[in-house]
Ligand binder design. Sequence first.
Ligand SMILES: Nc1ncnc2c1ncn2[C@@H]1O[C@H](COP(=O)(O)OP(=O)(O)OP(=O)(O)O)[C@@H](O)[C@H]1O
Ligand SMILES: Nc1ncnc2c1ncn2[C@@H]1O[C@H](COP(=O)(O)OP(=O)(O)OP(=O)(O)O)[C@@H](O)[C@H]1O
Ligand SMILES: [Mg+2]
Ligand SMILES: [Mg+2]
Lengths: 257, 257
Amino acid sequence: MRILTFANNKGGVGKTTSALSVAHRLVELGSKVLFIDADPQANASTASGLPAEHPHLGLALTEGEGVPTLASLCYPLSTGLSMVRSARIMAQQEKGFGNAPDYQFFFRHQLEDVQSRFDYVIIDTAPNLGPLTVSALVASEAVFIPLQPNLFGSEGMTALIDMVARLKRNFNPQLRVGGIFFTKYSPAYRKALHHQYARDLQADPALASLIMSQTIRENVSLDEAQSMQRPIYDWAPNSNGAADYRSLTDEILTRIS
Amino acid sequence: MRILTFANNKGGVGKTTSALSVAHRLVELGSKVLFIDADPQANASTASGLPAEHPHLGLALTEGEGVPTLASLCYPLSTGLSMVRSARIMAQQEKGFGNAPDYQFFFRHQLEDVQSRFDYVIIDTAPNLGPLTVSALVASEAVFIPLQPNLFGSEGMTALIDMVARLKRNFNPQLRVGGIFFTKYSPAYRKALHHQYARDLQADPALASLIMSQTIRENVSLDEAQSMQRPIYDWAPNSNGAADYRSLTDEILTRIS
Ligand SMILES: Nc1ncnc2c1ncn2[C@@H]1O[C@H](COP(=O)(O)OP(=O)(O)OP(=O)(O)O)[C@@H](O)[C@H]1O
Ligand SMILES: Nc1ncnc2c1ncn2[C@@H]1O[C@H](COP(=O)(O)OP(=O)(O)OP(=O)(O)O)[C@@H](O)[C@H]1O
Ligand SMILES: [Mg+2]
Ligand SMILES: [Mg+2]
């Protein structure tokens, strides 16, 4: 079972859109996938149409009697895809969770129970480096970083790269940055700005090998698919969004093989 | 002195871009403005070119000997604009800050010291409803909500509107939603999706009066201005971005008068 996290503490860069699109593509390719929505905003849960009353991840974050396991929270969305949903209230539960002496190992230990049921676990995270994101990284073999190539995007990335190094040293020697990919790459009028940042990042020797060749173009079908609560490959199979994420998934598979 | 907060726990919707653009416009109109960067990502601090070594808000969040006041952290950017910068480390300091029994009143009490120095205080917040955002709301007379009209944008807004009602009831009877405005309103190809959500929100009796008439169009000049660390009105005074934010500022002034 391979565990991958999508993270970037900068908001709105396409973490959820990417995590969902990659998960759906892995299912299309015949894999069994568990998707974990570790963001209290619950965007992935909403976009997947999970019933609001289905028990959520936040309930597993407390300790004591009658606390559900992560394994018991998996909701089958289709034959190849299950999801652990989140909920707004989880922002509160995350506070107590972060006080547990070993919260960093939560996902790693809980996911041992589902080893035989899934080929991949894809974890979507909130735009912060709080306890849930840390625990997701400690459980993962790789983190994939969607990035908008501009000032704020580049700034946020250093914080995440630093965090990955610290977690690798203290908790998870396997953890690495699987790749950085550009998202919402706009039509021509932004090209100059995006290209400048993309070039700067590619020129940085520490980052150049991490930059993925597949870029995700801005494409309204991705936004629409979420509103319709359908995978992009169903909603608009011939769209740029579908094409770009099929290729990105291929490149992810190459990078983790 | 009027205190306004820009907030939305959804990431990447244009909180920082809006807060900065409105603050710069208020300065252009002759007001004295204090900008508070209450987001540990420090995007507003970066975009304003504040020296990284200038003491940041996080230092004021702890208690005890030698802790600086907010007033002592104001950095004059120009004759009309000062800023309290933030820093990445503030994400850690915010954890302890949230344990103080009266953290909700931090900004309200600290800002009393600067009453006579500024006409407006503009507070930019992180994409969450954590202690710093709560404290900013408790100090404010109004919160302005940038929103991308789509599924994830609308979902996040309910959480914030609920929070405003709770804070109004328990801490700050003056607090209200000053207005909701659409941002990054895309070119024609997204219009159908944006229009659908915009119509739905306008049809909601509880929200209709909050939706502002000024919409912010997608405009690369806003992104570029940040990279150049200049106000939009300097960088591209004739751009859509500059025009839209001048009008938005006018509408804000009307709504709070
Ligand atoms: N390539 C793209 N083209 C067009 N729209 C996109 C693209 N990727 C994402 N979006 C839209 O941009 C918005 C932000 O994307 P998304 O919510 O996936 O980002 P995020 O990083 O998960 O945000 P958050 O930080 O709030 O979790 C969404 O409304 C989504 O539909
Ligand atoms: N109207 C616009 N047109 C084009 N680009 C924009 C517009 N508004 C914001 N942007 C760009 O979109 C990105 C997100 O905007 P911004 O950082 O202001 O959002 P935010 O809500 O403050 O994000 P966060 O949740 O991370 O704090 C930035 O790179 C910004 O330059
Ligand atoms: Mg997300
Ligand atoms: Mg911001």
